[in-house]
Design a protein around this ligand. Sequence first.
Ligand code: NDP
Length: 294
Amino acid sequence: MQILTGKEVAEKVYETLQSDCNAFVEKYGFPPTLAVVLVGNDPASQSYVQGKKQACLSLGFGHRDYHLAQTTSQKELLDLIHELNEDKTVHGILVQMPLPAHLDADTVIQNIKVEKDVDGFHPQNVGNLLIGKHGFVSCTPLGVLQILDYYGIPVEGKHVVVLGRSNIVGKPMASLLMQKGRDATVTVCHSKTENLTSITVQADILIAAIGKPLFVTESMVKEGCIVIDVGINRVEDASRKRGYRLVGDVDYEHVSPHCKAITPVPGGVGVMTIAMLMKNTMQAALQLAQKETQ
Ligand code: NDP
C-alpha cells in the first residue's frame, strides 16, 4: 500500500513557483499578488486565511489582507471587490467562504473579475471547465489531479467514483476527470444516491468529498483500489491540547490495508489546495502582466 503524501507533491509545486516568482519579479519589477478578503471572525476561516498569507510570504508573492467586520454590507463588500478588480497591482482575488448569512455569496463571486478569480468559482470559469476551455479551476480538485499525476496514477478508462457534488469539489472534480485527454469514466454520488456501497465497490479510484468523518469503511472499497480523501473533519479528542483532531471522510485505519494507494488526512489533499491557489495566482499574474505589456 502506497501513501500518497500531498506534502511531497506540494513541495515540488512550491519549488517551481519559487523560480517562476523570481523570474516574474525580475521581468516586471513587482510580485504576483493575491488579495484575500475575510468577512467576520469564523475561527476556521481565519486559520485558512492565515495559511494563504504564509504561503504568499514564503514564496515572495505580494499579499493584501482585508479583514472586514461581520456587519459589512453587501455594497461595502462589492465596492471593495470592484476596487480590487481595477487595481493593476492585484492579480488574484479570493473571498473566503462561507460568508455571513446576510451576504449573497453568488453575487459576490460573480462580481470578481474572471481574470482574477483564482479560486475558479466564477460561473464563466466553471463553464469553461465544463466545455474544456482554458480558465481557472477550483484549487482542491486541481490538487487531487496534481497528486494523481505526480504519483503516475493513470485515470484513462478507469472508473472513478466521486462522493459529493459540491460546486467547489465534487462537480469540478468530475468535470476534470471526464475531460478529453483525462478520459476517466466518472460516477458522481450524493446524499440521495441509493445503494451507495454497490457503486463505491466498483471504483478503481474513489474520491471522497462529503464532509462526514470516517464515512467510507472497508466494506465500501474494492480490493486494490486507489482512495483519495478530500474530507477534513474536526472530531473531539480530549487527548489533544486543542481538544480535537482532524480526520478525513475515509476510515483510514481500516480502509488503507485494502488499497493500492491512499491519501492520508492530514498531509494529503489539504496541503495541495493552497499550493494550487498559489499556482493559479502565478498564472493570473502572468496573463495580466502580459496583457498590460501588449
Ligand atoms: P459540501 O457540504 O458542500 O458537500 C458535501 C457533498 O457530499 C454534497 O454533495 C452531499 O450531497 C454529499 N453527501 C453528504 N452526505 C452524503 C452521504 N451520506 N452519502 C453520499 N453523499 C453525501 O462539502 P464540500 O464539497 O465543500 O467539502 C467536502 C469535504 O471536503 C469536507 O470535509 C470539507 O472540509 C473538505 N474540503 C477539503 C478541502 C481541502 O483543502 N482538502 C477543500 C474543500 C473542502 P447533497 O448534494 O445531496 O447534499
